[in-house]
Design a protein around this ligand. Structure first.
Ligand code: SAM
Length: 336
């Protein structure tokens, strides 16, 4: 298919392509053409004179017989670089905190154009903060909402990202925890959020019971809805403080999940109280690289000894990098 194009020596091709992308005149429906010396960049319209002046001086207008592009352009094709984003349901979160508003808008536009599964693009305005571990967001483009449904391991989680915590980055970790659970176990998820640990366990195993606690009323609202959406049996959703609720379920848990990594250590007494003899605490922490596990193990041991119990460390795991020199870790400790 003959088209007007920019003919450019190969070594200058990339910078010319970026200019055409900036002006949105690169025709992404056509494959870029080439011969031994030149690239031929297809144009979607007649370039304006100021658009041509942005190009390397070797660039010239020409005609070329192009092949149609088989695949749909990706956001990277449209932008000339691959944008950094996280997908939660149909919402894309732009992760770069230094993104200026114009670039954020360009990225958002490319995501909405190239990925039909994305309906909304948001930018976090704050880090994950406060007792309820939530963020504030600005909607950059698309539908004006922060509520979505995320699918993970065949379960669906409805969440409003500005009201309750949720991250898909822990999905592998959730399946690792699942592998510890046996049919008939009682599980207490002390900081359950909208339910991604509790519901996965209830759906994939046959636990006697899963007690899912969270202090954030909005998280519990979605937790209850997610229990229903997923028809998860045997999950009791409780809005409350894990420290208080632990007293009601003392000595019942085969597994206690403590996914509140910044302050789980403050709840270790309650976790020990919850645990049956031989039950396992899944303890999360944020720790420095020169002391990944030892200080945390000491805290778990001290909490157990206060209750006249002993611990056996079963596993120590780096879950993910959290910040420079800081890691999100998990320790599996049996409470004897
Ligand atoms: N486990 C969930 C997940 O993976 O998506 C949520 C984890 S989020 C890091 C920690 C959760 O603990 C938040 O939903 C927060 O509201 C809850 N939380 C904080 N303090 C709490 C407390 N004292 N008792 C119960 N829940 C609490």
């Amino acid at each position: 298919m003959k088209r007007q194009c920019i003919k450019i020596p190969k070594k200058k091709g990339e910078s010319a392509r970026r200019v055409l992308l900036d002006f949105e005149i690169l025709d992404n429906t056509m494959k870029i053409g080439s011969d031994d010396t030149f690239l031929y960049l297809p144009l979607s319209r007649e370039p304006l004179s100021h658009e041509l002046t942005g190009l390397p001086e070797e660039a010239e207008l020409a005609e070329f017989d192009f092949e149609a592009q088989a695949k749909k352009p990706t956001p990277g094709d449209l932008l000339g670089f691959n944008p950094d984003y996280e997908l939660i349901g149909d919402i894309a979160l732009l992760e770069d905190p230094d993104l200026d508003s114009q670039k954020a808008l360009r990225i958002a536009d490319s995501l909405l154009r190239a990925q039909p599964n994305i309906k909304t693009v948001v930018k976090p305005l704050t880090p994950v903060i406060g007792e309820f571990r939530v963020r504030e967001f600005e909607v950059i483009a698309g539908e004006h909402r922060t509520e979505t449904i995320h699918r993970e391991y065949g379960c669906r989680y409805k969440v409003d990202l500005s009201k309750a915590y949720f991250t898909p980055r822990l999905s592998t970790e959730r399946s690792r925890i699942l592998s510890w659970i046996k049919d008939g176990d009682t599980v207490v998820d002390m900081f359950a959020g909208v339910g991604p640990y509790s519901i996965l366990i209830a759906k994939s195993k046959k636990p006697a019971k899963v007690v899912a606690i969270d202090k954030n009323p909005d998280a519990v609202h979605y937790l209850k809805e997610n229990i229903s959406i997923n028809s998860a049996k045997n999950v009791e959703a409780i809005e409350g403080d894990a420290r208080e609720e632990a007293k009601r379920f003392a000595g019942t848990a085969d597994h206690v999940i403590m996914n509140l990594p910044h302050s789980a250590y403050e709840f270790l007494d309650s976790a020990v109280l919850l645990t049956k003899p031989g039950g396992i605490i899944h303890y999360y922490g944020i720790t420095p690289e020169d002391d990944l596990f030892e200080s945390s193990i000491k805290l778990i041991r001290e909490a157990a000894e206060k209750a006249g119990r002993k611990i056996e460390v079963l596993e120590k795991k780096v879950v993910r990098s959290y910040a420079p020199h800081q890691y999100n870790i998990c320790i599996e400790a049996k409470i004897l």
